[in-house]
Design a protein around this ligand. Structure first.
Ligand SMILES: Cc1ncc(COP(=O)(O)O)c(C=O)c1O
Length: 403
């Protein structure tokens, strides 16, 4: 048996729907910013339960647009070092400085105590990333920290389509949320993103920034520092198809996770990452910790070579502050050199090395993610778990330690 890293099942019915709508797009000549983009946004705002949704060509641009729509520039924005670098890149693209913070190994998400330590006078926003589809119960504390200090809380929901905490959906927990529809994500359009918000002003600004800064109140004259961050109508058609099936797709992810929960109980030398009881996850990742003696790289290699099981990417094994980019660029995205072209340098702190993230460092070294996507059968999941068990407790058995 082989279990690939990812499959994205499209049924004949899905393909019929998509091709007929694409034919309609082609016949209409309206290839961008048309009725399907609007329908995708309407469906997504209903799905999340927010007032406004704005399509973008990626989650990275969605984050940048949110920051710029809030008028934040030349400030510090706190981002977990345990995220995909895109979260930090969006901060830099918006003309702001990234300050990394630590994560809690129990939830993989921002550690509120470390967050408090990193806040300074010029902190304007915090980006909370729901890693692997986990919304941290510390969200309430993080929200309070932000509210008390007048700091915006922005959500990076790239992993969190349909996730919720105490019934509140990801994308409604801060001033705005940013989603990705990259092919690995719970809902996909190939490329694409979405901003969700209840803030009318942010919505208005976001619509302009996404569209070259064109201002509808000025008859389309350009009054914002915009960009082309739009999606095509064909992408919107894919999004509509995904949203029509979202409940089914996300329920299937949860069903597969339940199978793992049950089958992993008997596997030695692992620890499941528990989803907090007040959280519903759609399991962008099914995360487990390995006993510390194991190298995730070896485990992944044996699983792949001996059992044909492809474990997915981690969340994350490379932390943002460790990426080589910082040798070349400052934390506000300026080229390093003898002279950094910035009035605030070096008072801004961009010359300092950011490190000391024990929680994120621990989780980055000891976890792996098991395959989880619609279409995996119970037999596939059994096979993955059996292969994992054999890999850990037979093939890579360490010094007779295991039973
Ligand atoms: C946490 C996180 N944020 C942002 C992104 C960027 O998403 P996109 O590729 O849609 O820009 C990703 C993509 O993997 C991600 O995992």
């Amino acid at each position: 048996m082989k279990v690939p890293i990812l499959r994205i099942p499209f049924t004949t019915e899905d393909k019929d729907f998509i091709t007929s709508k694409i034919a309609d797009v082609l016949d209409s000549g309206m290839l961008t910013s048309g009725k399907y983009t609007k329908e995708f946004e309407d469906l997504f705002s209903k799905f999340v339960g927010c007032k406004y949704a704005v399509t973008t060509n990626s989650c990275t641009s969605a984050l940048e647009i949110i920051i710029r729509s809030l008028g934040i520039e030349g400030k510090s924005i706190i981002v977990p070092t345990n995220t995909f670098l895109a979260t930090a890149l969006a901060v830099m693209h918006s003309g702001n400085r990234v300050i990394f913070a630590d994560s809690d190994p129990a939830t993989f998400c921002l550690d509120p105590d470390d967050l408090k330590r990193r806040i300074t006078e010029d902190t304007a926003a915090v980006i909370l990333v729901h890693i692997g589809g986990i919304i941290t119960p510390a969200y309430y504390e993080i929200k309070e920290i932000c509210e008390k200090r007048g700091i915006y809380l922005i959500e990076d929901c790239a992993h969190a389509h349909g996730c919720s905490i105490d019934g509140k959906k990801a994308g409604t927990l801060g001033v705005a949320g940013a989603f990705s529809f990259f092919p690995t994500k719970p809902l996909v359009t190939g490329e694409g993103g979405m901003i969700t918000t209840d803030d009318a002003e942010l919505f208005k600004n976001a619509c302009m920034i996404r569209n070259h800064g064109k201002n509808p109140e000025l008859g389309g004259k350009i009054s914002e520092f915009g960009y082309n961050y739009r999606i095509s109508e064909i992408t919107a058609v894919l999004g509509i198809q995904q949203l029509k099936k979202a409940d089914k797709i996300l329920a299937e992810r949860r069903k597969i996770a339940r199978w793992y929960d049950e089958l992993l109980v008997d596997v030695k030398n692992i620890k499941r990452v528990e989803i907090p009881p007040n959280v519903i996850s759609t399991y962008y990742k099914y995360i487990i910790y390995l006993s510390e003696e194991y190298s995730p790289i070896d485990v992944k290699r044996v699983m792949r070579e001996k059992y044909g099981v492809a474990l997915t990417g981690e969340v994350y094994d490379n932390l943002c502050h460790q990426e080589p980019i910082w040798q070349k660029y400052t934390y506000c995205g300026k080229l390093r050199g003898k002279e950094v072209n910035c009035k605030m340098w070096p008072k801004c702190g961009c010359d300092m090395v950011q490190d000391d993230f024990p929680g994120a460092s621990y989780l980055s070294r000891h976890h792996v993610c098991l395959p989880l996507y619609p279409g995996l059968s119970e037999d596939d999941v059994k096979y993955v778990v059996e292969s994992l068990d054999k890999t850990l407790n037979l093939d890579l058995k360490v010094g007779g330690r295991q039973a």
